[in-house]
Design a protein around this ligand. Sequence first.
Ligand code: OAD
Length: 236
Amino acid sequence: MKKIVVLTGAGISAESGIKTFRDSDGLWENYRVEDVATPEAWENNYELVLNFYNERLQQLDKAFPNDGHNYLTKLESHYEVQIITQNVDDLHEKAGSSNVLHLHGELRKKRSQVNPDYILEIDKTENQIKKGDLCPWGQQMRPHIVWFGEAVPLIEEAAKLVEQADIFIIIGTSMAVYPAAGLIYYVKPGIPIYYIDPKANETPNVSKNTIRIAEKASIGVAQLVNELLEKAKNAN
Ligand code: OAD
């Protein structure tokens, strides 16, 4: 089976009602990113940060995968599919994708501030990280999110996966945030790269031979998946 590696960003979840980061007026869900998504924000006002991510978590319960997520799962009948997502939502999993790597963390998890390997699922009934929820080392548990200015621990693993791709697909990301955007440089020469995003023709940070599909995820992913499934069936 050929291996497809898919890099997704906020745009794939836009039609599920989750706002992207850079499409609006610089505010994200009415917050300034610096006030809620940086280590400094946590230092200055961890309660605000907790509230913000608890709100996002509750929003997630009302969000459902759209055709973008759903069509990707269909590829698994004829390809080995690895998704690398920059999104912290769980919509790829909800859709039924088998292999999802979350580069920027996961809303449904919390972790210790002092031991980054101490990571827990957030209790489903509580559905929040509470003030006073302490790790075994006596510190407040924090969201399992990679904030601005923090290292991306899974980037090397992601780069290795991209190197193995026979086909690389990028969906709904502005390709503005590194190191995630740099993953495209790990694609082996000659491997087809597709880029599905309404602004696909405006983004400079993709290689010259990238096939650009300037559509919303629900339309563009459905089209490309059908095309790739046809190819796989004809090859058999
Ligand atoms: P951005 O907000 O930067 O980009 C969203 C992209 O989605 C844009 O290119 C839009 O054109 C596209 N888009 C909008 N609606 C779409 C739709 N219906 N279908 C497909 N695409 C659509 O979000 P990201 O590139 O994901 O990091 O941002 C990367 C990272 O920056 C995020 O993971 C986050 C943020 O800071 C962290 O939280 C660490």
